[in-house]
Ligand binder design. Structure first.
Ligand code: DON
Length: 319
């Protein structure tokens, strides 16, 4: 059977539909004033809270962007997704699960009591404690080698070279007493697998990596595409690891509002206090939105609204 040109033409109207839905969402939410920039990392309080960018990258590498999509913001907690992928690359899913666990904590992302209460003591790879423990799993002869390995892995997932935003790193490194405390608590329970403060420092660097909305959407599209970067065609995350990553994003991607997100939107997603959220439509693509003001749980208000709107209009809800 040969498909005629006419039979393949529905691709074009589909793109038009996606473009118009994204434009509608942009116009509808651009003046949204709810939320507040993160300020516990001093640098983040200074970022222009009106910045607003949307990017979609599909599994066949079509790119659609709107708004401030060239602005490089810190990836923050979204980095946790990709360090988890690298840990699984090195250790496999079973050992990673055994060491980190994967349970919702029902508490804030930086909760200290959660570490004391949880049977696994790290909670899951996306709360700060579990993420620091996950970073500590990455092998290397010293801190520099581990950090290079992490950044190179992110580069492959994004399909381009990413860089550390030095000022974000300095700002967070000067104020991250809470994360250091978490690392010592993890040490008490034998739940950190390298030097605690070295692990916090590497974790702080990974959170300070700069991405723009398009780069973040491509990182997401790599997950949507079973681990193959749609631009480079390279299998950068093992295909068999992807379901574990998406399951974790569903369970804890938006911290203690992950349940309401799954209920309303139905897509695995991950947020960061830099103002980014990336959501994955498996087999289709990813949407990344950047807008700094956050809600109480630490998730970008506008990004949640845009993704919710677009996912509903395009029928992306998985359930
Ligand atoms: O460790 C921290 O607190 C930050 N580097 C990352 C936290 C974060 O992004 C939580 N996100 N919503």
């Amino acid at each position: 059977l040969r498909l005629s040109a006419q039979a393949s033409s529905p691709v074009a109207p589909r793109r038009e539909l996606v473009e118009s839905v994204v434009k509608e969402a942009y116009d509808k939410f651009r003046n949204e004033a709810k939320g507040k920039n993160a300020d516990y990392i001093p640098y983040l309080a200074q970022v222009d809270s009106k910045l607003f960018g949307i990017a979609i990258v599909t599994t066949d590498n079509q790119v659609l962007t709107l708004g401030d999509v060239n602005y490089s913001f810190s990836i923050q907690s979204i980095s946790k997704v990709f360090t988890l992928a690298l840990a699984m690359e090195e250790l496999g899913p079973d050992k990673t699960f055994e060491r980190i666990g994967s349970e919702p904590t029902g508490r804030a992302f930086n909760s200290v009591p959660a570490v004391v209460d949880m049977p696994t003591h790290t909670g899951n790879p996306f709360v700060n404690a579990g993420a620091i423990a996950t970073t500590s799993l990455i092998s290397g002869k010293d801190a520099n080698e581990k950090w290079d390995k992490i950044l190179n892995f992110y580069n492959k997932v994004a399909g381009e070279k990413l860089t550390l935003i030095e000022e974000v790193y300095k700002s967070e490194a000067a104020t991250n007493t809470g994360n250091k405390a978490l690392s010592m608590l993890l040490a008490k329970y034998d739940r950190i697998y390298a030097d605690p403060f070295e692990s916090v420092d590497i974790y702080t660097k990974q959170c300070s990596v700069g991405v723009n909305a398009s780069q973040l959407a491509r990182m997401g599209a790599t997950l949507a595409n079973n681990g193959v970067n749609p631009a480079s065609g390279e299998q950068v995350i093992k295909r068999e690891d992807v379901p574990y990553i998406l399951a974790t994003m569903t369970m804890a991607g938006l911290y203690d509002s992950s349940g309401s997100w799954a209920w309303h939107v139905g897509l695995p997603a991950k947020s960061g206090v830099g103002g980014g959220i990336v959501a994955i439509a498996p087999g289709k693509g990813a949407i990344a939105v950047f807008a700094p003001p956050l809600d109480e749980a630490g998730n970008s208000v506008k990004a949640q609204e845009v993704i919710d709107y677009v996912a509903q209009k395009l029928n992306y809800n998985l359930y």
